[in-house]
Design a binder for this molecule. Structure first.
Ligand code: SF4
Length: 892
């Protein structure tokens, strides 16, 4: 067995992973003790990485127009179709849509091909949905897309402020570092600013549950408070910043006193006063912000409103004192380093300096270098819709789920002349729209680098061979580039050659003028690249071991070298509620899933925590709408609809709803929240306002609900909606509502429908290809139980009941593990919610500890998370479930 060190492919914390590999198989993963991001810890998603690898459900062969073809044929078709579109319509008719999941080396060659050789700037990335507002805010304030601080600052601070960030679920290991810091230093104050009471509030001394969209008013008021109290760093402001007076004038344009600010933000005056006092009193302040700030039609202004307060107090570039953007994706920052956003050229060089564009063109030996910005994501897909862009190459991302107004996006892709998708999984919503599908490698197969939230470059290493015919993204891009006539400039044999070129370009005419500079790594050997230890950029000959903290020298990357205050006049969200659509819709991630579930949806363990798309609603709102816990709700507005299971939650403000972003057509009949989000964008950053939909919600009428568990889903019965059945292998049940939940021994489908089925045996025959072998029915109560048994083993079981009180899924799944006994037959036919010993939702995914077991232990005397941990193990591994354990302790 060999131990290899690599990096987790999920969130921007960028944890180091130790992988045990035997032969060609990944055996186990654990945290890398030496990695400075996580020091040996992994959250539940990282811990489950081993369960998400393997050949199952992978795209294994190239497919062109629905037919499996050889790589040569696929590459020839890709290149010739691209070339003919370029010849007929010009280079601007071609676009790429990339991903923070790609490695830096993949990103580099993709950007180089399109911007340097094809001559189109329409290269954008899903980072546009994630943190484009932070990028724009940083560039406005610092003159560079650069996160000033480092993770160690969290442990040095006296005040931590988390704004629009549920770090407990979305950056769990960083959250645990904050928890540990507070345990070591009980005087450390933590403030959470979020319209929802999330798991992160578990750590908060103060939770400001403000009205959505009022953040800029809050931080402008804080800035004025600092002025009024004369708590400014006058020397820093006068010597190292500009635009202070204009910024104060702008803040005064909506000058609200304390009471009016509290009123505007819907906060208690006392809470606001406490926050302002704490900010004033604590020099060592770290303000962390994330999608709650970025995903807004005024996200860039909100970022700058936060940074303004740090500049006013000189709290930047000092240990324990910094604004800190938490990156969503594992390599969002690496993508931006190479120019993966359409308003950058490469290596933090934008399109504003014609001489630098020429220098890059010469460096690349590029015949067709782009000279102006391309379309940002939403505009890029609009250009596909209008036919201006006729070919798009999508890599490692799923825009048919993740972009706002997703039905329009799908329509645009369906009408696009050429859609090329490089993808590692066999079934995604975007892949069903592909003309050409290219099988790509993924985590555990790929080799290269990623950059995390604190500018730390780490290696992702190849652990196992690629399955089927899958190839690395950089290889696929280079092979197409060669066919387009650019063989010499894309003749890479190893990722280190790309990395060296990338590092060299970062130093091109730099001399300290651009923050991103890793030129000290320009001649790194293959051996040194293989052994590369995590290090933070800039990495220059003056700082060969990297740079932990930026701006300590008070020098910024603006033309004047001064940091810029940005005048912020707060604006309301674009998507406003109305009498027809009275609820504000908030969207976000959940603890155990990642993005569109293509990877985490493969782990039965990770689906136990929240198996269905859900909507959280305040109990009083629910009561007014006659919605109850466990009902299925229909959320809708003029652009789309979503079906979700109701969860009553006092963590929601009244009038607001929360839904998760993860579900899609592969896992649910209508679980995609982006069908409800309009494509309103921030005018500076182009980032969509994904946190602020406006919807109506009502009960989904149904005459029956049920649960179908199948050993092997009948793919032959798939009602395919794709251009090619080969790209849509998953079974989709014929009911208004269905949700797929892969389990250990079977696949479960939760079902509901409006239409009463008069003949369940006939239904089974029609939809499952077989009438049940044993069954029982009570038509009066709309009750049915039917099982198909073959070779002594359960093949499927269908249980229909009038509501959702059905036997526990885990119990049912266990019945597929062994042979069917006479007892089991009786139990399956008789099974109901009460007699099948439900085990409840899984709270601790690491040790599969259920809510039922935890509640029982609490009533038997476990009155703390530590005692629960000693008795049941829950909360003792990754710690992600500790906030929920505390809620259960409170409830019991
Ligand atoms: S916090 Fe979890 S998801 Fe994020 S990088 Fe670390 S292990 Fe991966």
């Amino acid at each position: 067995m060999m131990n290899e060190l690599t990096t987790c492919p999920y969130c921007g914390v960028g944890c180091g992973v130790k992988a045990a590999v035997t032969g060609q198989q990944l055996i186990a993963v654990s945290g890398d003790q030496a990695h400075p991001a996580n020091y040996g810890k992994l959250c539940v998603k990282g811990s489950a990485l081993g369960e998400t690898t393997g050949h199952h459900n992978r795209l294994l062969h190239p497919i062109v127009d629905g037919q499996q073809v050889s790589w040569d044929k696929a590459l020839d078709e890709t290149a010739s179709r691209l070339q003919s579109i370029i010849d007929e319509h010009g280079p601007g008719s071609v676009a790429m849509y990339l991903s923070g999941q790609l490695l830096t080396e993949d990103y580099y060659v993709a950007n180089k091909l399109l911007k340097g050789f094809i001559g189109s700037s329409h290269v954008d990335t899903n980072s546009r949905l994630c943190m484009a507002s932070t990028v724009a805010g940083h560039k406005r304030a610092f003159g560079a897309d650069a996160v000033p601080g480092c993770y160690a600052d969290l442990e040095l601070a006296d005040l931590l402020i988390l704004v629009g960030s549920n770090a407990a679920w979305n950056h769990p290991i960083l959250f645990q570092r904050m928890q540990a810091a507070k345990t070591r230093n009980p005087a450390l104050k933590v403030v959470v600013i979020d319209p929802r009471r999330t798991a992160t509030c578990d750590l908060a001394d103060l939770h400001l549950q403000l009205k959505p969209g009022s953040d800029a008013v809050l931080f402008n008021a804080l800035l004025l408070h600092l002025v009024n109290e004369d708590r400014l760093d006058h020397a820093f402001i006068s010597q190292h910043t500009e635009q202070f007076s204009e910024t104060i004038v702008a803040a005064l344009s909506l000058a609200l006193d304390l009471s009016a600010t509290a009123d505007y933000c819907d906060l208690a005056v006392d809470d606001l006063t406490r926050f302002f006092d704490w900010f004033t009193a604590h020099d060592k302040t770290v303000t962390l912000f994330s999608q709650g700030i970025n995903q807004s039609s005024s996200g860039t202004d909100k970022v700058n409103a936060i940074i303004n307060c740090h500049l006013a107090t000189g709290r930047i570039g000092k240990p324990g004192s910094t604004p800190f953007s938490l990156t969503g994706q594992p390599n969002a920052m690496g993508g931006r380093e190479v120019g993966g956003l359409s308003n950058q050229l490469a290596a933090h060089i934008d399109f504003s300096n014609p001489q630098m564009i020429d220098r890059v063109g010469k460096f690349w030996q590029a015949p067709n270098i782009s000279r102006q910005e391309g379309y940002k994501a939403i505009d890029l897909f609009r250009a596909i819709e209008t036919g201006e862009i006729k070919a798009v190459w999508i890599m490692a991302t799923n825009p048919a789920v993740s972009l706002p107004d997703v039905n329009r996006i799908r329509k645009a892709l369906a009408g696009c002349e050429l859609v090329i998708v490089s993808e590692s999984m066999a079934a995604t919503d975007t892949l069903t729209l592909a003309d050409i599908a290219l099988p790509a490698t993924t985590w555990s197969e790929k080799s290269g680098t990623v950059t995390n939230s604190e500018r730390r470059i780490s290696r992702q290493r190849s652990l196992v061979p690629p399955p089927g015919e899958a190839r690395h993204d950089w290889q696929i891009i280079c092979d197409v580039a060669k066919r387009l006539g650019f063989a010499d400039q894309f003749f890479y044999q190893h990722p280190v050659e790309i990395f060296r070129e990338h590092a060299t370009l970062s130093g091109l005419d730099n001399n300290g003028s651009r923050c991103f500079d890793i030129s000290a790594l320009s001649s790194i050997s293959e051996e040194a690249f293989d052994a590369l230890q995590p290090l933070q950029w800039p990495v220059t000959r003056h700082a060969p071991a990297g740079t932990a903290r930026l701006f300590s020298n008070r020098r910024f990357f603006t033309p004047s070298g001064r940091a810029r205050f940005i005048p912020v006049v707060p604006r309301k969200p674009e998507q406003q509620t109305s009498s027809d659509y009275p609820f504000v819709l908030n969207t976000g991630r959940i603890r155990d899933q990642w993005h569109t579930m293509t990877r985490t949806g493969r782990s039965a363990r990770l689906l136990q925590h929240r198996p269905e798309p859900f909507v959280e609603i305040h109990p009083e709102d629910a009561q007014q709408l006659s919605l109850m816990e466990g009902d299925i709700a229909l959320l809708h507005n003029p652009i789309g609809k979503m079906l979700a299971r109701v969860r009553l939650s006092r963590s929601q403000r009244s009038g607001e709803l929360f839904v998760p972003i993860h579900w899609n057509d592969q896992f649910a009949s209508a679980g995609c929240c982006d069908s409800l989000i309009q494509s309103a964008c921030d005018p500076v950053s182009g980032q969509p306002e994904s946190k602020q939909g406006a919807v109506a919600i009502s009960l989904l009428p149904n005459t029956w609900q049920g649960r179908l568990l199948i050993r092997q889903p009948p793919s032959a019965l798939t009602p395919s909606t794709s251009t090619s059945a080969m790209l849509s292998p998953d079974y989709q049940p014929p009911s208004d509502y269905w949700v797929k939940v892969p389990l250990e021994h079977s696949t479960s489908y939760l079902l509901a429908d409006r239409t009463k089925a008069d003949d369940w045996n006939g239904w089974c025959h029609q939809h499952l290809g077989q009438a049940p072998d044993i069954w029982m029915e009570d038509p009066e109560q709309v009750l049915f139980r039917g099982c198909h048994i073959q070779d002594g083993k359960l093949q499927w079981v269908l249980l229909i009941g009038p509501d959702n009180r059905l036997p526990d899924t885990a119990w049912l799944d266990q019945q597929f593990a062994g042979p069917v006994t006479p007892d089991m037959r009786r139990q399956l036919l008789r099974a109901s919610a009460s007699d099948a010993q439900p085990v409840g939702a899984v709270i601790c995914s690491c040790f599969q500890v259920t809510e039922t077991a935890i509640r029982k232990a609490i009533t038997q005397g476990c009155r703390s998370t530590q005692r629960l941990g000693r008795q049941l193990g829950c909360g003792t591994n990754c710690g992600s479930c500790i906030p929920e354990l505390k809620v259960l302790l409170e409830e019991e």
